[in-house]
Write a protein that binds this ligand. Sequence first.
Ligand SMILES: *Cc1c(COP(=O)(O)O)cnc(C)c1O
Length: 416
Amino acid sequence: MKTPFVSREKLAEITDKFPTPFHLYDEEGIRERARALHEAFSWNPGFKEYFAVKATPNPAILKILKEEGCGVDCASYVELLMSQKLGFVGQDIMFSSNNTPAEEFQFARDLGATINLDAYEDVAFLKEAAGIPKIISCRYNPGGVFELGTSIMDNPEEAKFGMTKDQLIQAFKELKELGAEKFGIHAFLASNTVSNDYYPELARQLFELAVEVVAETGVELDFINLSGGVGINYQPEGEENDIAVIGQGVRQAYEAILTPAGLGQVKIYTELGRFMLAPYGLLVTKVTHKKQTYRTYLGVDASAVNLLRPAMYGSYHHITNMDRPMGETEIVDVVGSLCENNDKFAINRPLPVSQIGDTLVIHDTGAHGFSMGYQYNAKLRSSEILLEQDGNVRMIRRAEKPEDYFATLYGFDFEK
Ligand SMILES: *Cc1c(COP(=O)(O)O)cnc(C)c1O
């Protein structure tokens, strides 16, 4: 069962005030999740979560996470700029980027962000572009497939990210030579895992690598960054990750591998996005049309521009009809209005028989939801609304207007 974090009555109040579609976020849930994460890793004094800004790049959300002690993980100039404007400074910022423009390295250095190098070749590039900082991290890619037990979780060999072990060792030697004093190791080997074993297994691999790398290079290892990849269950049935169990699993690996090797000071970092935010966002939309051909279509006022994951990955997002939570069901496709047949939030989905005007919520849109939005068909981005802890509701981003769309066109054969 997926239960929306907002009641039918409360949501009716909200949709009276703010026109659909919009993403609605739950402050209380976000804070609780951040606290659970910090509790799970409280055994590691240097622990820090760098929230992956790309998942939910909204200032109000980032401020909540900042208050909960999180830093930010940025991957672009504008993400860095937004973080700076919000008061994230120096080592509160991780810059985990790839194929990185020189100006972005320069800006990251100006901010004192911790730079996480994606490629061995970036050592020379960074030296040229911005100089080598005192603290530096390198991203590891072990190749092959990443397995947990007998299941293949992901395919690092085919990923464009990270460097080989030999490259990482060589990079550390050169960076040390060039003046770097403290080092970090980073890896992101599987996405959206629903398994309490992902982080512990990743940690084991990185801790063993760390022992070898330190022995070989003599660097001072400051942190190991487990990055993102701890996922959520988008389905209404089945297991969820238990962050307390995950934290203990990482601790066991730490105490078995790092501590005996004299690396018991190493800080653990994470860069979670989806796990932190996905369950605490809902895409709120109304049924605007009902159409019957070879299938039954529920047309809603949101479209793939507001939530790309189903169209792009075929992802499942659970849907609740807030006005008819129960009752007789019918099999429907829930569709937006783009001139694209992949603009479907659900395909052959049993839903309670819905009527025009019903409010639907699409679950788990708090991460990689709004942020993957686009403007195809000249559709405008929606607003974002925050349900605060005390029950107050406020807009944290307005919807785009036609003028926003036209703003980049004025002066180019197009006048106001
Ligand atoms: C996308 C990304 C993350 C966050 O991933 P989630 O799956 O949302 O946890 C963290 N680190 C890096 C470098 C990323 O690219």
